[in-house]
Design a protein around this ligand. Structure first.
Ligand SMILES: Nc1nc2c(c(=O)[nH]1)N[C@H]1C(S)=C(S)[C@@H](COP(=O)(O)OP(=O)(O)OC[C@H]3O[C@@H](n4cnc5c(=O)[nH]c(N)nc54)[C@H](O)[C@@H]3O)O[C@H]1N2
Ligand SMILES: Nc1nc2c(c(=O)[nH]1)N[C@H]1C(S)=C(S)[C@@H](COP(=O)(O)OP(=O)(O)OC[C@H]3O[C@@H](n4cnc5c(=O)[nH]c(N)nc54)[C@H](O)[C@@H]3O)O[C@H]1N2
Ligand code: SF4
Ligand SMILES: [Mo]
Length: 740
């Protein structure tokens, strides 16, 4: 048999083995590749609980099956997260699976530049040949990948191990860089490990909740429902330049000037110190660096803070008073903080206040980063991008040895340094250092900052592979090769939610055509690449889960106490940590109750720095701030999924829109719904005007769900986390008849 025939038969065997009992006839029949294998325990017409595949809340959804296939769903009343609730996306989660632009076969670019369907053998051969020849010509590091926080943990680990250990890549990052990098770095620096401390019960137990750059009404509606279950009549405080849906429902709103958070929180801390709110006992026992911090914040007087943030001295005093009175004060932050040129220090300015006032480790307290995507937390620990599997360090020889032993690979395959971050990979492409790119479950050509720049840059690539559910995304249409992926509910694995809860995703729907789970695609790539042997233990998601457990052993995220998938199913998800030998544990647990942090001295660090101005802010010509973010609870990111639901489509504006202050709009004679130009130094786009009082004069807001938004954004990054500062750039707005 020729090599290619052997490979072909190996592949069909593998597919047969992974996808259930497929006969040769079935294999040849279109639509049979992803044939759902009903979990053994499960009756074909039963109901089974699966974690939602959109946001990081991680709601439990009961999927109702007929002949082993999901036909409908209802939120699970018994699941610890959502207690029977779901947002519109959750209710409509099955609709995107049935869209008619699903990629059902691999697509390859033909000689006239058109993407045409092909078979897996051809696709794999092309991918491997092209990437290998690029590596031969330009070095191993000239091929990179961009991953995601939206595939299961076992797949993320597979991708990270395959690319870095099997395919000799060094550079690979994920869309979690756009999203959570700031939280990761701030926690690592402050606590010694990336450990969001809270459990959702804290929403119910707090008496003072401060939401900073977070709009949970829209972005985390079911967490917001948990806030409503709070019986303490809590103060709900929102710090956000916009009067968001959350701000409207809050008891206090502080509309700070964009990107003035750092000065604002240093000032609030300074006044808390003056008011005698320092919990000296907590600070002495559990922290280091307080003296320097005290000295640092002293210059942030109420007058300076008013000048910087626009919040008056009286308003500041009110907030200080509320925090001082609170017995259980909690801070909750999301993208208004993370997506900033100095996000790490802003996050730490809240961590510092929580530590200083002893609002830590008790019910209803903490400095809590709310995560974004369904598995951003899995990606943070197990994607092999920002750390070696399980929160380990690529640069540490002992860590490399440990992981190599668990995976039974030669330690020489594990790189001894971190690869580039997302923006450095884009820069590397622009400079011709990266020539091949594999994009998995992210739509960079829409979501990356300064999109036109990105689209121009990727023309420099010799070979672009995109692995997605759909062949129509803004990124897929630019590819040389599209690999058709099965979606959420068409495969097994684990998502980790915002409160560190591992929950199960199950295969309860048949993937269309020849689409394969990302897991199986990675298996195929390994076979064709010639490193299949290295992954011979990686036979199923659950087998990988068992290895990841071993990787976590002894780490703060130790999950060796979770026996198997069944245990996760029985318990309604389990939060990390759960070390082996834990006999009894609560279903809702927070961290740091014992005041022990993960730095060598066991203490948390006060970290601080002088605020810096953003690299771009409004000027005479570009006289408005452009704020960006989530638009409605019915839209998900670049809309590849949510726009496929007829129900969801009815719940949000179809055209891009720009919120403008109503009195400004009146002065400019801009009417509701009329088309206007929004122009930045990067480009100009058209959007429908939406005059309202949610934004202040001098500010505009656009939702990220429309491709137009990132034509305008300005690429600047936090220097520690390298997260893009999506939330603020300078633009001008003009009526439609205007033309430069
Ligand atoms: N419906 C829906 N839900 C989602 C998503 C979605 O696409 N759709 N995406 C998920 C993901 S991945 C993420 S990361 C989360 C994001 O969740 P959030 O971060 O809550 O949502 P955003 O709207 O991006 O940003 C929050 C707020 O930051 C404010 N902001 C802007 N600049 C500043 C500033 O300088 N300071 C302060 N304090 N605030 C500022 C904005 O006005 C905005 O209201 O949502 C998750 N949930
Ligand atoms: N201006 C502005 N831009 C932003 C933001 C902002 O606030 N403002 N927010 C940023 C943030 S926080 C985020 S998280 C990013 C999100 O940006 P993206 O990651 O680009 O957004 P998605 O639309 O979620 O892209 C996910 C892709 O994966 C595909 N997909 C879904 N499930 C699977 C699967 O199981 N397997 C495979 N292979 N593919 C799958 C989907 O079809 C889709 O194409 O956007 C960032 N961009
Ligand atoms: S809140 Fe998030 S996890 Fe829950 S149903 Fe909505 S999208 Fe899914
Ligand atoms: Mo995100």
């Amino acid at each position: 048999m020729s090599e290619s025939t052997t490979l072909k038969s190996k592949i069909s065997n593998l597919i047969r083995q992974w996808e259930g009992p497929l006969t040769r006839e079935l294999l040849l029949e279109p639509g049979s590749f992803g044939l759902g294998k009903v979990p053994e325990k499960q009756k074909p017409d039963a109901t089974t609980t699966v974690v939602c595949g959109f946001c990081s809340t991680g709601c439990g959804l009961n999927l109702h099956l007929k002949d082993g296939q999901a036909v409908n769903l209802t939120p699970d009343t018994g699941y610890h997260v959502n207690l029977g609730m779901a947002c519109p996306k959750g209710w409509e989660a099955l609709a995107p699976l049935r869209a008619n632009d699903r990629a059902t076969k691999p697509y390859v670019k033909n000689s006239s530049g058109k993407l045409v369907p092909t078979n897996w053998h051809d696709a794999m051969t092309k991918m491997v040949t092209n990437f290998k020849s690029i590596q031969e010509k330009h070095g191993d590091e000239s091929v990179a990948f961009l991953g995601t926080g939206q595939i299961v943990t076992e797949e993320l680990a597979f991708l990270g191990a395959l690319t870095k250990f099997g395919m000799n890549m060094l550079h690979g990052d994920g869309n979690t860089r756009q999203c959570m990098a700031t939280a990761v770095v701030s926690y690592k620096q402050s606590f010694g490990f990336d450990a969001p401390p809270y459990t959702y019960k804290d929403f119910e137990e707090s008496d003072t909740m401060i939401f900073v750059g977070a709009n949970p009404c829209i972005a985390h509606p079911i967490m917001w429902e948990r806030v409503h279950l709070n019986k303490n009549n809590p103060e709900i405080i929102v710090v956000d330049p916009r009067k968001t849906e959350t701000a409207v429902a809050a008891t206090q709103h502080y509309p700070i000037k964009p990107k003035s958070d750092l000065a604002f929180f240093y000032g609030i801390a300074n006044q808390l110190v003056e008011k005698g709110c320092v919990n000296k006992d907590y600070v002495d026992k559990y922290t280091t660096g307080f003296e320097g911090y005290l000295e640092h914040i002293r210059t942030f007087t109420p007058e300076v803070v008013e000048q910087e943030s626009g919040i008056t001295i009286e308003e500041q005093a009110k907030l200080v008073d509320t925090i001082a009175k609170g017995k259980k004060v909690s801070f909750w932050w999301t993208m208004g903080v993370n997506q900033s040129h100095e996000g790490v220090r802003v996050a730490q300015s809240m961590i510092n206040i929580a530590l200083m006032t002893g609002n830590f480790g008790r019910p209803g307290t903490g400095a809590n980063s709310i995560t974004g995507q369904c598995n951003a937390m899995g990606s943070r620990l197990f994607s092999n991008t920002t750390n070696l599997l399980g929160g380990h360090d690529f640069a540490n020889p002992e860590d490399r040895e440990k992981i190599a032993n668990i995976l039974e690979i030669d330690v020489k395959h594990i790189p001894d340094k971190l690869g580039w971050a997302y923006d450095q990979i884009v820069e590397g492409i622009s400079q011709g250092k990266i020539k091949g790119l594999w994009v998995i479950a992210t739509n960079s050509a829409h979501s990356w900052i300064n999109q036109k720049g990105f689209k121009d840059v990727i023309k420099n690539l010799d070979y672009l592979v995109v692995q997605d559910m759909y062949h129509t995304t803004e990124t897929a249409v630019l590819a040389d090769l599209i690999l058709p992926a099965a979606a959420w509910a068409e495969k097994d694995g684990i998502f980790v939610n915002s409160e560190r809860r591992l929950g199960l995703v199950k295969k309860v729907s048949k993937a269309p055509g020849e689409a394969l789970s990302d897991f199986n695609i990675f298996r195929l790539v390994a076979e064709y690449w010639g490193c299949g042997e290295m992954f011979s233990k990686w036979t199923s998601p659950e087998a990988v889960f068992q290895m990841l457990k071993e990787c976590s052993k002894g780490q703060p995220c130790d999950i060796t106490g979770i026996k198997d998938y069944q245990m996760l199913d029985d318990r309604g998800g389990i939060q990390w940590p759960l070390p082996a030998g834990t006999e009894k544990f609560d279903d809702e647990r927070r961290m740091f109750e014992d005041g022990k942090f993960f730095h060598a001295d066991g203490k948390a660090k006060f970290l601080y720095e002088d605020p810096r101005k953003p690299l771009e802010s409004p000027c005479r010509e570009y006289d408005h701030w452009l704020l960006t973010g989530r638009g409605t609870s019915s839209q998900w990111h670049t809309q590849t999924r949510t726009k496929k639901s007829a129900v969801l489509r009815k719940l949000y504006p179809q055209d891009p829109y720009v919120e403008i202050n109503a009195s400004e709009a009146r002065k400019m004679q801009i009417e509701a719904s009329e088309w206007v130009w929004v122009i930045s130094r990067r480009g100009k786009i058209k959007a429908r005007a939406c005059p309202c009082y949610h934004v202040r004069p001098g500010q505009l807001f656009m939702a990220m769900h429309y491709e137009e938004t990132n034509v305008l954004t300005f690429p600047s990054f936090d220097k520690y986390s390298r997260q893009p500062s999506y939330k603020a750039c300078a633009v001008k707005i003009k009526k439609e008849e205007y033309w430069e």
